[in-house]
Unconditional design. Structure first.
Lengths: 302, 302
């Protein structure tokens, strides 16, 4: 399907995509570049990439598919570095969790060459970052959101769809705006709350003692707080308007719950919790991975 | 070890304890009572209990160990119902997630008979409630916090320790006050936040669309929001001072994070997140269940 994949950023997301395409027999050769030479070295030693490039531009040269897998704060600089080799024959994608900022940077830097860029957000990952944790099955059963622009070349959107489908992902299309609004609610807000909750619990005089008593409920609730700090700093900053809007909504709901707790209104508190618990119990994550909901229901809670 | 176990409340916690004691060969006979006759019927049909009692008092009659497994809001009423059969020869325990309220009610109702009561909080459970989900292994690898009073009979504390150890749990002892302060931080606050977050996300015009896009990070973060509504209403109300204190702390941390996001201070946001992520990544849940941390690290995130 592809002759050469160029990866810019040989972290977990980029390396896993390279392995997945290789395992699927869809790419003959992978050229990779990372800002840190030791990351590129690791990726090469692990067989994630075949050739270590010395620059982002060198990873693009000769590639017919390029995945830019860097934190959103670094994307504009990458676009500038590779601009001269962005042509309509090559599919360019990113993996950022926000899309408006990425699309704005692409428009600004790539100008008319933006037609080659298919913005992509794989709803996948794990806390263990780096090439060392690359997993050819990372995207299996996950969802990929593509947010093509009106001028994006349809044949490249088609190629992107085929590539992600081939590695086991389900492809959805949205506008960058709708994407960012939705993920502020279901991903960025929860991360913000998890970072704040873990910090708040840990940073009190008896914090360590408390943490030593925490059970599986706390473990799962705060799991996302172990995400890559640079990635999440950039996501929260990049999508800050939507994130702050969702945080404001959340505060109103928390206010209402605290108010009924303070007033001792057992019935009202019961109603609020019943509605939340029933909605959560009836919600099931969309996934084409068989058994993923069964796994969840087996998990114990605190 | 015991001749007869009396269970008051044949839900998940009580039924699982009965099954676990039976499987360990530590009890000859189980008598169970539930407010709802259909729950008692289910427990009997599933072999969780051998005899269905028609009142809480009847479940105590002839038992040498009694587990009161009802929501904390119902505990005082149960103490009143069984008071006359509370004697120093019988071990009485509860399973409530708050301990000060329970201990206060025990003192108030049982008076000098409170010596027979060993307050217990098993840090275990799951979202699937009811006798139908009873699991003899529910307590394996979990922690049980006992909060005995100065006057609690030491031989009953010893018996309680042996019973919980026999079903695979690790027993810890704390004061009711320290217990409630700690669990407000690592359990009650996260539940409050999870209820509020799920409600806030779901209750917006595009809520259903957003929920359809949520990934495994959101699933795990909100898992505890599917907890039993009556149980959690009672816990949050019972421990409201500590819960509100923790919520106040949390809000200060959230304020600080929002402030740096609003001000566009990328470096400060990065520092806050790095500290949180590093602390969470280095935190490992205490558990005597082999492999429980390995399971966690395999979970994908959104």
């Amino acid at each position: 399907m592809f002759n050469q994949l160029g990866i810019i950023g040989c972290g977990l997301m980029g390396s896993s995509f390279a392995l997945a395409l290789k395992h699927a027999g869809l790419v003959a050769r992978v050229v990779g570049y990372s800002k840190s030479p030791s990351t590129t070295d690791t990726a090469k030693k692990l067989g994630v990439i075949d050739v270590a490039a010395e620059s982002a531009l060198q990873a693009v040269a000769g590639s017919d598919i390029v995945l830019i897998a860097v934190p959103v704060g670094a994307i504009e600089e990458i676009f500038k570095a590779i601009r001269q080799l962005v042509t309509p024959e090559v599919l360019f994608m990113d993996v950022c969790s926000t899309k408006r900022d990425v699309v704005d940077a692409a428009r600004r830097v790539l100008k008319e060459r933006v037609v080659s860029f298919v913005p992509a957000h794989p709803v996948a990952g794990r806390e263990l970052a780096g090439a060392i944790n690359a997993d050819a099955r990372l995207y299996q059963g996950s969802r990929i959101i593509l947010t093509p622009l009106p001028q994006t070349l349809p044949e490249l959107v088609q190629k992107a769809t085929e590539a992600w489908s081939a590695v086991g992902a389900q492809v959805l299309k949205m506008t960058p705006h709708d994407h960012d609004a939705a993920f502020a609610a279901v991903s960025h807000l929860p991360h913000l709350l998890a970072f704040a909750c873990f910090t708040s619990v840990a940073n009190q005089p008896a914090g360590d003692d408390y943490l030593s008593l925490a059970g599986p409920g706390f473990r799962d609730f705060t799991r996302i707080a172990a995400g890559d700090p640079v990635v999440w700093r950039d996501i929260l900053m990049s999508n800050r308007e939507e994130v702050l809007r969702q945080s404001q909504r959340f505060r109103h709901t928390l206010d209402a719950m605290e108010q009924v707790i303070k007033s001792g209104n057992v019935e009202a508190l019961g109603n609020l919790i019943r509605v939340a618990a029933s909605a959560r119990a009836n919600w099931h994550m969309n996934s084409n991975k068989p058994g993923s909901e069964r796994e969840e229901s087996k998990l114990p809670r605190a």
